[in-house]
Ligand binder design. Structure first.
Ligand SMILES: Nc1ncnc2c1ncn2[C@@H]1O[C@H](COP(=O)(O)OP(=O)(O)OP(=O)(O)O)[C@@H](O)[C@H]1O
Length: 207
């Protein structure tokens, strides 16, 4: 489903990603692990097309991973470092909008995700008034309320409390059962052990 071939990314003379190749099949959960600065975020950004690699290619079902391609946008849901919200839409309105814009899921899906993520009380709050953990929950929720076949998450456990991390492990296990391919970077060994079918370990960047 997802095919990454010889992905290479340099920043000036430093090679961050050196010909990385892997594939992901439907229902496969792959954890990207490695030390700080090893290139996990860079890899995920290159995979979703947010950053242009210096070499190699990324394909989803044979199509180049181009975030301007409507079929790619319909298939890929991601939470990377850069979480942006509309300042004047409430948490609930964000999720309604995303579900609607991407063709919706089952009726009631937004209510279900809001309840699961403990955002019911915060549903009518604007993003600027949410705590950092609630904003993280809202960003993750925005992936789950819309149809997707590939989920790409950069350290999804960040800022989540114990309950939030438990929810995340259950949610990723459900995604696997539903046949979603998941690529996630993580420093949480427990989460990786609980949900990952495969690992991609990135080494230290070379000088
Ligand atoms: N735009 C950029 N310009 C120059 N160097 C960059 C840029 N973006 C990332 N880097 C460098 O690339 C390396 C990999 O960064 P990246 O954020 O991908 O690491 P990471 O594995 O996600 O780290 P962490 O675990 O700390 O989140 C780092 O050394 C970083 O300084």
């Amino acid at each position: 489903m997802l095919t990454v071939e010889n992905l290479t990314r340099r920043f000036e003379r430093r090679v961050i990603l050196d010909r990385i190749s892997f594939t992901l099949t439907p229902g496969e959960v792959c954890a990207v692990i490695g030390a700080n600065g090893s290139g996990k975020t860079t890899l995920l950004r290159c995979v979703v097309g947010a950053e242009r690699p210096d070499g190699g290619r990324v394909r989803l079902d044979g199509r180049p991973m181009d975030e301007t391609d409507p079929e790619i946008r319909a298939a890929v849901a991601c939470v990377l470092d850069d979480i942006d919200f509309f300042p004047d839409l409430s948490a609930g309105e964000h999720l309604d909008l995303l579900a609607y814009a991407h063709g919706g899921r089952q009726p009631g899906a937004v209510d279900e995700v809001i309840a699961e993520l403990g955002l019911t009380e915060a549903r009518d709050q604007l993003p600027s008034t949410l705590s950092s953990g609630q904003r993280r929950r809202l960003a993750l929720a925005s992936c789950f309320v819309r149809p997707h076949r590939l989920l790409v998450l950069d350290e999804p456990e960040q800022r989540l409390d114990v309950e939030g991390r438990d929810w995340l492990a259950r949610a990723l296990a459900r995604e696997r059962e539903a046949g979603t391919a998941v690529l996630f970077a993580s420093h949480d060994a427990d989460l990786v052990a609980a949900v990952a079918d495969s690992h991609l370990t990135l080494g230290q960047a070379e000088e």
